[in-house]
Design a protein around this ligand. Sequence first.
Ligand code: NDP
Length: 282
Amino acid sequence: MPHDFLQPLTGSFAMPAGENPTVAMIEAAFRHHGLNWRYINCEVAPEDLGDAVRGARAMGWKGFNCSIPHKVAVIEHLDGLGESARIIGAVNTIVRDGDRLIGENTDGKGFVRALGEITDPAGKRVVLFGAGGAARAVAVELALAGASRITVVNRSAGRGEAVAALINERTPASAEYAPWDGPFAIPAETDIVVNATSIGLYPDVEETPDIDHDTLRPDMVVADGIHNPPLTKLLQAARARGCKTADGLGMLVGQGVIGLKYWTGIDADAEVMRKALLDLGL
Ligand code: NDP
């Protein structure tokens, strides 16, 4: 008698039902690699989070993702944290290790993986726009990957200063906060420019971070965390000035590849996963 619920399962807490990009790309990888696994969507109310984690544990799930509002609250239900998740203070990927559930954060790891196809962040100087959850994760992973200096540019000074302080206090990199009160001129010695704000996300596709495009130089790499649309106005401007670019779809795929490695041990085919996302019309 088959027990479907005993199949290796991963999961995804609090994602909206329907055609979900993460489900589409993870399930595409399962099919492509011949894994009889499932990745399912469960919407979990904040007051039910502990029960949901205990349920995943009881059912032998190999792991799950969780999104806002569970990224911090889930930590008290876990048995340990990976290095960067501990520094970032938030978790989006849970991995079973024997009887233990370990929290990891793949937001920034996915970004660094995608960026790594274009440039190695080691020793590089970065200008990072944004200081929310995504920017925090990206800053920490860039620092752990060896970036030498990170300038955090953010509208709200308090959040920007907090990310810069986190990098200075908890990683080997050095960081500073820079106010954002007009078109931002990218310093000439910058190697990597990152938009980790939510500016330009569908449906506000005509919006773009207030950056002086004339200060972008061809030897800079410009990356955008926005995955919908993948070719943002910022990336269009960067390409027009000869910069190499990394899009937010690559960051999303990178997160999926890393999650699959944690859960199944396979090195998933990133192209298959990217195609699954593009097939959704992203
Ligand atoms: P948060 O809400 O935590 O942070 C939003 C950031 O954008 C803040 O720094 C905020 O500045 C800034 N911001 C928003 N609107 C404006 C504006 N009009 N002018 C200036 N700054 C603005 O969001 P997250 O960090 O969680 O996510 C940010 C983006 O990253 C999302 O849009 C998401 O699409 C993307 N992302 C992509 C992933 C991927 O895999 N591709 C993964 C995770 C996120 P302030 O602090 O001043 O409010």
